[in-house]
Design a protein. Structure first.
Lengths: 494, 479
């Protein structure tokens, strides 16, 4: 009987070995996945076990932490609070005991809760000295005055919309506003009131979809503002050498391969216009023809250099803006004036204006300047990074002078600022079946100071279903908001 | 190979060697560790949760020490040549189990559940009863071969124990599995835990008599010895009974345990590999068949295949779904390599049965991979000491009984730990010694008592004359 007994001994050993292997799989190989699973309640418990670090703008925190009410079985000690929540929520995102976290609150959760590896030394020190673990801070690049101007401008206007401002020379995001917005503090806890507030903000129950971050996550047809990209493509590909040469554009112009004539808005002097004139009056025919002449590939290449067709991580992810890659000449012509399939996020169009203002260099947009430990030591500092060069500096200067003409004597006069040179482009994009819905009003611009520096580039988009259809034009609705944002940045510099 | 009949070797590590030292002092020294380690753990939990050494530390330490002392004295008096490892290992597991149960008693979340009552005091009482049971086994069972006389009574007894939960008015359906009975005034009891031991007695007695017929009368086919049709009878009956348990009590674990134990004992008795093959085939067919038709078993399989879906459904309030398994997996994962430390995990999120079926998850979270490996190795050691006892035993009945009990113990550990770790579908059984539950503690202490009795008989210098002709000798003359 001993031989089978020995085999049984081996079999029992194998059973234990199997368990050991499974346990290694679970607690070693899969441990991190399980530990960091957002549905794992421990993640939430850890997140709220100590006061969260703060998100800082201009030296002042825009977030806070308060002890949760001790009623019932709340295993979460601290609750998030927000200052001026609706204005800042496109930046902060939310951190809710019941509904998780998103955007900066989620991306930099490790720093804010204090369990990031970069805080390891600090935490070990705290453990030895017996201090409670403390979260680090996120210092943003945002400019409080610019953000306030952007949000209040959108709010006063009343329609859905978004505004983004960037510092062209670095890519620092100065303003990032979306309207209508939401206050993340109303559902930061896990009570029934929080649940109701959360429910009321969901798109299902709220057609305005206040939780959509329009500045980063909504793509709109950019309309005539895209003509800046088309002009850049014309210059870069040598189709035209200067702003003031005859483009030899006929009027009316029939799109190649079709019998359809591309229309201009009103009777504007577009026949054989120069690019400067065409941009000033926003000639569809001229820029449509440029697109058709350059073709899909060259237009797409230039759009990609401006950041189209890619998600940006600011670090909050933006949706990728679209310029199609399989179009015939007439579709390319329509796309080159910002219609057809072309769609861009407000961030994308701000990047376009910023690249032009920065002598043709596109800087990677970012909003986290540095991460700090709780005692304000800098853990990481974001260095500005060049993303691409869509324009040579000569061509950038040509394009600047064209855009400055638009503001000086064209469609964008409402963005003029005394003491600064403003270059911009208006846009009115149609959308909906047969263009039945209200157009989007766009304005992109930058401001240059007398010393030659360009401290700010802005993109504003407004979708207004209340306003009279004819009233909507980028120059009328969006330009004043862009102007106040630029003024706020310039005044903050002084 | 035949170390049991070879009396000339003097390996001190071999239990079977005649004239080996009794090793009682080794056992005592190990027992000190088995008591001190849980006492430190207890202090640790208190410091982690309330920032102070728990008030009950002295009482707890003295209580556990006293129980271990009683058990040790009982072994010293009634089984002086017993294996020195079994008692300290079981004491250590039992002590650690008590600590974890007490730790879970401190959880506010568990305290808020309906029907909450502190489990640790009761578990301490069960432990005392278990040690009493252990001592009683050693006192009354002077020679394990006496059990042979009760072979068929055992069969009857085991069947009664297994059927009890199905008796209307007595059986209790607790969260799907019908493996409990309610005794008014005493609480609930899991007869399956006791049936395990009684059934092992029956199998050992039965197979000892029938093993030659089962082993020799066979035809060789494709390298396997096929048994005669009529010899297939017993295995078919046991198989049918385990399937019936599965269907009516909806308990995969108990069913697997009994069938597995029978196949192991059958294999040891007959030395025929074909039984293993048959056993595996039959259990596979049975398990798959029942799992596809019986809704409760099927839902357990579904939950095993996709714990996250089960979690989501449970959170959506769909009846009949439980988030326990996913919570247990998170507990294991969050423990990582070294664990959070005593009292600092959140395994109470498992809620119901956190201190019984799922107690291993708390070990996993608070002691980490290192702790679980240590616990599993302790279980492995108990099993291997049991099999060693079987090797050393001089009579076939003792061999079969020891291997049956050890095998059942190993299978139970595998089925429960594997279930909690998501390796196999969950069953309704509990980790021996560590989990909360009177039946489990009592039955397992009795099991250790019987193993200690067999090992004492095996290592005793002047063996009592066997009541049977030595089966090993008859095998030698076999052609």
């Amino acid at each position: 009987m001993n031989k089978p007994l020995r085999r049984i001994a081996i079999f029992c050993g194998l059973l234990v070995l199997t368990l050991l292997i499974r346990d290694n799989w679970l607690q070693y190989v899969k441990a991190d996945n399980l530990r960091e699973d957002p549905k794992n309640r421990r993640v939430t418990i850890a997140r709220y076990s100590t006061p969260r670090g703060d998100i800082v703008v201009d030296g002042d925190p825009i977030t806070g932490s308060t002890e949760s009410s001790k009623t019932g079985l709340n295993d979460l000690k601290y609750k998030r609070t927000y200052k001026n929540g609706p204005m800042w929520s496109p930046v902060t995102g939310y951190a809710s005991q019941a509904f998780g976290a998103n955007q900066l609150e989620s991306i930099e959760d490790g720093i804010l809760t204090g369990d990031d590896d970069r805080l390891f030394f600090r935490n070990t020190l705290d453990m030895i000295t017996g201090k409670e673990r403390q979260g680090g801070n996120i210092v943003t690049t945002l400019n409080a005055a610019a953000q306030k101007a952007a949000y209040n401008g959108l709010k006063a206007q009343g329609g859905k919309g978004a505004a983004v401002a960037i510092e062209p020379s670095t890519g620092k995001i100065l303003a990032l506003a979306s309207y209508p917005s939401y206050d993340p503090s109303v559902f930061a806890g896990n009570s029934n009131d929080d649940a109701k507030a959360w429910k009321d903000l969901q798109k299902k129950y709220n057609p305005n979809d206040p939780m959509l971050n329009r500045a980063l996550r909504e793509t709109y047809p950019p309309g005539s503002t895209f003509k800046v990209v088309t002009a850049a493509a014309a210059l870069e590909n040598g189709l035209y050498k200067t702003a003031d040469e005859n483009t030899k554009s006929p009027l009316p112009w029939t799109m190649p391969g079709t019998t359809t004539q591309l229309k201009n808005e009103g009777s504007i002097p577009c026949k054989n216009a120069t690019m400067r004139i065409a941009l000033r009056y926003s000639c569809n025919t001229v820029f449509g023809k440029i697109g058709a002449d350059l073709g899909n590939d060259k237009m797409l290449a230039e759009a990609k250099k401006f950041g189209f067709d890619a998600e940006q991580f600011t670090p909050i992810r933006s949706s990728s803006s679209v310029f199609s890659d399989d179009m015939n000449q007439s579709q390319t012509a329509l796309s080159s004036i910002g219609q057809y399939n072309t769609a861009a996020t407000p961030l994308q169009m701000a990047m376009v204006a910023s690249a032009v203002a920065n002598g043709g260099k596109l800087m990677k947009p970012y909003m986290v300047d540095k991460l700090q430990s709780s005692n304000l030591d800098t853990l990481t500092q974001t260095e500005p990074q060049e993303l691409s060069q869509p324009l040579t500096s000569e061509n950038a200067q040509i394009l600047q002078s064209m855009m400055e003409t638009v503001v000086k004597e064209g469609t964008g006069t409402k963005a003029q600022i005394s003491g600064a040179t403003v270059g911009g482009k208006t846009g009115t994009a149609q959308h909906g079946v047969e263009n039945s819905e209200n157009p989007y009003a766009w304005f992109i611009s930058y401001a240059r100071l007398s010393d030659g520096s360009a401290p700010v580039a802005v993109a504003v988009v407004i979708e207004d279903d209340q306003a009279n259809r004819d009233d909507i034009s980028g120059g009328g609705l969006a330009a004043p908001i862009a102007k106040s944002v630029m003024e706020a940045v310039i005044n903050a510099k002084k | 190979m035949s170390s049991t009949t070879n009396t000339s070797t003097h390996h001190t590590s071999t239990i079977g060697a005649i004239g080996a030292p009794s090793r009682r002092n080794t056992e005592l020294a190990l027992l000190v560790f088995a008591v001190v380690i849980p006492v430190f753990a207890y202090a640790n939990v208190g410091l982690a949760i309330n920032d102070q050494v728990p008030a009950g530390l002295l009482g707890y330490g003295l209580g556990l020490g006293l129980l271990a002392g009683v058990a040790h004295l009982a072994v010293r008096k009634f089984a002086p040549y017993a294996d020195p490892l079994l008692l300290p290992l079981a004491t250590l597991l039992n002590g650690l189990g008590l600590v974890v149960i007490w730790r879970l008693d401190q959880s506010k979340l568990l305290q808020s559940l309906p029907n909450f009552a502190p489990a640790a005091p009761r578990q301490l009482l069960y432990t005392a009863l278990g040690i009493a049971m252990f001592a009683a086994v050693l006192f009354f069972l002077k020679d394990h071969r006496v059990l042979q006389r009760y072979t068929y009574i055992s069969m009857f007894g085991a069947l009664v124990l297994l059927m009890l939960p199905l008796v209307p008015g007595l059986g209790a359906n607790i969260y799907g599995a019908k493996i409990w009975i309610n005794i008014p005034g005493l609480g609930s009891l899991q007869p399956g835990e006791f049936a395990k031991i009684v059934l092992a007695v029956f199998f050992a007695g039965y197979l000892m008599v029938k093993r030659d017929a089962l082993a020799l009368a066979s035809r060789r086919f494709m390298g396997l010895y096929l048994p005669r049709g009529r010899d297939l009878g017993p295995i078919l009956v046991v198989w049918a009974i385990s399937i019936l348990i599965l269907v009516f009590e909806t308990d995969l674990g108990t069913s697997l345990l009994f069938f597995g134990m029978f196949v192991i004992m059958l294999y040891v008795a007959t030395e025929r590999t074909s039984w293993i093959v048959f056993g595996l085939l039959m259990s596979a067919v049975g398990a798959v068949g029942v799992a596809s038709f019986e809704p409760h078993v099927k839902s357990r399989v579904d939950s095993w295949l996709d714990p996250m879906r089960e979690f989501t459904l449970s959170r959506q309030g769909v009846a009949g779904h439980s988030e326990q398994l996913q919570q247990a997996l998170w507990a294991f994962g969050s423990g990582g390599t070294l664990g959070t430390g005593w009292g600092q995990g959140h395994s109470d999120l498992i809620r119901f049965a956190a201190n019984s079926d799922f107690i291993l998850a708390t070990f996993g979270e608070e002691l980490g991979l290192a702790g679980i490996m240590a616990i599993l190795l302790i279980y492995g050691l108990i099993v291997e000491r049991g099999v060693r006892t079987a090797l050393a035993a001089r009579d076939p009945f003792g061999k079969l009984l020891a291997v049956g009990l050890s095998g059942a113990f190993a299978l139970q550990v595998f089925v429960v730990a594997g279930g909690v770790m998501g390796l196999i579908p969950l069953t309704g059984m509990t980790m021996p010694f560590v989990a909360y539950g009177g039946s489990s503690v009592l039955a397992n202490w009795a099991l250790i008592g019987i193993l200690i009795r067999i090992s004492d008989t095996a290592r005793r210098p002047a063996p009592a004359p066997a009541s049977n002709p030595d089966a090993e000798m008859t095998q030698v003359v076999r052609p």
